[in-house]
Ligand binder design. Structure first.
Ligand code: PLP
Length: 363
């Protein structure tokens, strides 16, 4: 039976033969003169990895430890951050000037950005205005016109998971026509919401993950794509020949070791406590309309109209994210959760705000 991925992949991708890099071709021998590298290290000779040689063409050891971490045997691909994963999915399955994706605003802006940069249209199915929940019916209807649906769960910038049951409902009703990407960049803060275990049941599901958030390794640029063999067969054709620098690979393996994972789990628990304490300290303020429930390492705060929290915090040296430019997020500021000490300081600054209210200049 033809898979959905096979039906959706454009002809040029189906015909594409992956670039045959020197590492992919491999071989055996004594003198390696096949990749136009320097034969001996020149600079940074004492560095752990051999910087003069190209890295592995696909770091299989990293994929294997990540699969173990996710308790899955489904194909897993390490890429340069979740952002590259988003771009790869769009470029693999969408045709410029012809195809569309579905997004659910307010959400992570890179889905639309990557689509637009590739002349792919975005159909927006906004989250419900009152509680930022997913409108499953609207998404399923829009998906009939689109190749890929992007769901961000937990969602950035609203902070809430979209709900496993809702995602299952979308998956059930899209199996014949569209791929469904679930971006789990923040999933470590609410692991029970992950849908990785559903890939086997729904081969049109693609899960995107990253080490930039709970793992604290944003500078490494390491993300993952997990999906069924039928989908991965096409995505893997587009992966650049050397997706992961050797020096990053070493650190990733260390991060995903049992000790690394234990440290991440314990730090995540602490961060969640800090987040909840911060929310308790500020939610009662009369000019704060809502502190939205969060399953992430940030909180979204809506103030009353005319309150300029963002500028006030900048004046106190605290840089946050002003979300007010989006219609659904008028008077909203997104604050990343830092250390307990930092959040104590920030909550004190916020609590003192009542005295110095200034007119809003949202941008
Ligand atoms: C929802 C979401 N997806 C993906 C990314 C990008 O992650 P990465 O650093 O792995 O490219 C971010 C970063 O903020 C994000 O919020």
């Amino acid at each position: 039976m033809t898979s959905l991925a096979e039906k959706l992949a454009p002809e040029n991708i189906k015909k594409l033969i992956p670039y045959q890099s020197a590492r992919r071709i491999g071989g055996s021998g004594r003198l390696w003169l096949n990749a136009n590298e320097l034969e001996q290290p020149l600079l940074f000779k004492r560095h752990q990895s051999e910087l003069h040689r190209y890295p592995d063409f696909l770091p299989q050891d990293i994929a294997a430890v990540y699969q173990a971490y996710c308790h899955t045997s489904q194909p897993t691909l390490a890429v340069r951050g979740a952002d590259e994963a988003i771009d790869l999915v769009i470029r693999t399955f969408c045709q410029p000037g012809r195809d569309s994706i579905v997004t659910c605003s307010p959400t992570y802006a890179m889905y639309q950005f990557c689509a637009e940069s590739f002349s792919v249209t975005t159909i927006d199915c906004p989250l419900r205005a009152n509680d930022f929940s997913l409108d499953v019916e609207q998404v399923v209807n829009a998906a009939k016109q689109a190749k890929v649906v992007f769901l961000c769960s937990p969602n950035n910038p609203t902070g809430q998971p979209l709900g496993r049951e809702n995602i299952i409902s979308v998956l059930e009703q899209t199996a014949q026509h569209s791929l469904v990407v679930v971006d789990e960049a923040y999933i470590e803060f609410e692991l029970a919401e992950s849908v990785v275990d559903l890939i086997e049941r729904y081969p049109h599901l693609i899960v995107i993950r990253t080490l930039s958030k709970a793992f604290g390794l944003a500078a490494l640029r390491c993300g993952f794509i997990l999906s069924s063999p039928s989908v991965m067969d096409f995505i893997a054709r587009l992966v650049p020949p050397y997706p992961m620098p050797d020096s990053s690979s070493e650190i990733v393996l260390h991060a995903l070791s049992p000790q690394g994972l234990k440290k991440v789990a314990s730090h995540t628990r602490t961060l969640i406590e800090t987040r909840d304490q911060f929310v308790s300290a500020i939610r009662h303020l009369p000019w704060i309309e809502n502190v939205y429930p969060s399953a992430t390492n940030f909180v979204l705060i809506r103030t009353q109209a005319g309150i300029n929290l963002f500028d006030y915090l900048v004046q106190h040296g605290v840089v946050t994210r002003n979300q007010g430019h989006e219609a659904a997020l008028k008077h909203c500021v997104r604050i990343t959760i830092g250390s307990a000490q930092t959040m104590q300081e920030v909550s004190e600054i916020i609590c003192n705000f009542s005295d110095v209210l200034t007119p809003s200049t949202e941008r």
